[in-house]
Ligand binder design. Sequence first.
Ligand SMILES: NC(=O)C1=CN([C@@H]2O[C@H](COP(=O)(O)OP(=O)(O)OC[C@H]3O[C@@H](n4cnc5c(N)ncnc54)[C@H](OP(=O)(O)O)[C@@H]3O)[C@@H](O)[C@H]2O)C=CC1
Ligand SMILES: O=CC(=O)O
Length: 325
Amino acid sequence: MSRRKVLVYRQLPPDQLARIEQAHDVVVANPRVDGQRDAFLNALPTVEGMIGSSYPIDEEVLKQAPRLKVISSISVGLDKFSLHAVGRRGIMLCHTPGVLTETVADLLFAMVLATSRRVAELARYVRDGRWDRSVGEDLYGWDVHGKTMGIVGYGRIGQALAHRAALGFNMPVLYHTRTPVPSGLPEGRALAVTLRDVLMGSDFLVLVLPLTEQTRGLIGPQEFALMKPGAILINGARGPIVQEAALLHALQHGPLRAAGLDVFDTEPLPVDSPLRTHPKVLALPHVGSATHETRQAMCEMATTNLLLALQGKPPLAAYAPVPSM
Ligand SMILES: NC(=O)C1=CN([C@@H]2O[C@H](COP(=O)(O)OP(=O)(O)OC[C@H]3O[C@@H](n4cnc5c(N)ncnc54)[C@H](OP(=O)(O)O)[C@@H]3O)[C@@H](O)[C@H]2O)C=CC1
Ligand SMILES: O=CC(=O)O
């Protein structure tokens, strides 16, 4: 097999980098790191494979990479890629579904618990030396068990979250997805409903669907207006699915009691973003899959995808372009 030029545009564990170096000529250059952007741009004209995540691989980048055949993303979400250009060019775009499902569902549930039981706020209270008497009602939280869990996007992660909610916390589940799917839960524990009904019926509304042309701005003023007073929103999907101004309004004037956000319109979250310090917001730095075990598994899968695809073999998971009509 001939050696190809591969651009690694995000840090990879040494064992995975070594697997690629054994077979191919590697340039490591992360365009987000000071001093590496030029190396990234200089590599583009001759690369045949790329592996990385987070950085937008848009039409502009793809135009500069005329020999590119394979992109292996260390993520399940593919919103950082210009899917039209990838499809048009016949580039094989691989990703890492499945290996992160349980870990992301764990974090989503952690956000449900943390927002409702005010974990971050209470920990800060102790740390700041303010625990000089028993905690008053102003710092009480709200029960999680038995409340209604609403899930928008009932794929791998949505279903793993529903299991935690229904079977671990005795929560009735409402879920919404475009294509009807069975709940995978015992009879009567979950109901497939319209988006409107999830919004109206949920105590917790968890978003875990891809960012697409259809889902951008999906949750705006009209959707917030349908939600229960005191509902909690958890966005574990992508920032732009929620309209930020409407979110801030819903936090200030209702109906939202709190929001747990792992994702934002702009990441890293700008220093002056009102979401950074909002008292009702639990903001996390996009860490749904960030455990040692899961990130290792994702990097392994992405590396395998890259190596297989460069050999002309089917990767473990790839995006299938929608054929143009
Ligand atoms: N915060 C983090 O760190 C992470 C975030 N994510 C996000 O979670 C998303 C889901 O991952 P995963 O569960 O593995 O993906 P899946 O593809 O298994 O599930 C996605 C679900 O969303 C549904 N969906 C897609 N479009 C719409 C729509 N317009 N309206 C309603 N439902 C829709 C899909 O069903 P159908 O198409 O039939 O409607 C499917 O049920 C990723 O795309 C990513 O954005 C993933 C990993 C980590
Ligand atoms: O956001 C993370 C992903 O894997 O997608």
